[in-house]
Design a protein around this ligand. Structure first.
Ligand code: SME
Length: 160
């Protein structure tokens, strides 16, 4: 497909996600390389949703290491169980943090970040990478984000 993204002009984020997901599905279906797919996914999410920071951390040994992302520079390594990302890895589940200042051990890569969602992607029951999205608004993530971003993670899981 053409390397052009159609972005819904709707102000409803569910509609924005609904326009985005099939396009990402088409993009990743044509490419086998994981990093290439994660890079395009981060760019498509940033372009469509305008998040402060969106990107991936990949499990390497006992750490998460920064992968493809869009936004300000970020910390490169996160230990198992540390921060929101390391906790999502340890607990193998999605975490929504309405106010990062209230999350014990939150790792502040950017002082502008106010709320966050982290979703893991698993293969054979093991977390292989996480998607991390930061917002500069408090309480910016809900079940709509969890469901739509979860669909994107299932696309990635099929390629792991
Ligand atoms: N806040 C994250 C660290 C990654 S940055 O937000 C990009 C955490 O606590 O795991």
């Amino acid at each position: 497909m053409a390397e052009e993204l159609f972005i819904s002009s709707s102000t409803d984020k569910k509609e924005k996600y609904q326009t985005l997901i099939p396009q990402v599905e088409a993009l990743v279906s044509e490419e086998a390389d994981l990093i290439a797919n994660l890079a395009n996914m981060a760019a498509a999410l940033k372009q469509t949703m305008g998040f402060l920071w969106v990107g991936f951390y990949l499990v390497k040994g006992n750490q998460l290491v920064l992968g493809p992302f869009q936004g300000p520079i970020a910390c490169t390594r996160i230990a198992f169980g540390k921060g929101v990302c390391g906790t999502a890895w340890k607990e193998k589940r999605t975490l929504i943090v309405p106010n990062v200042d209230e999350f014990p051990g939150h790792i502040a890569c950017s002082s502008a970040s106010k709320s966050e969602i982290v979703l893991p992607a698993l293969k054979n029951g093991e977390v292989k990478l996480v998607l991390d999205v930061d917002s500069d608004n408090l309480n910016d993530f809900d079940a709509v984000d969890e469901s739509a971003l979860g669909e994107l993670m299932r696309l990635i899981e099929r390629k792991l």
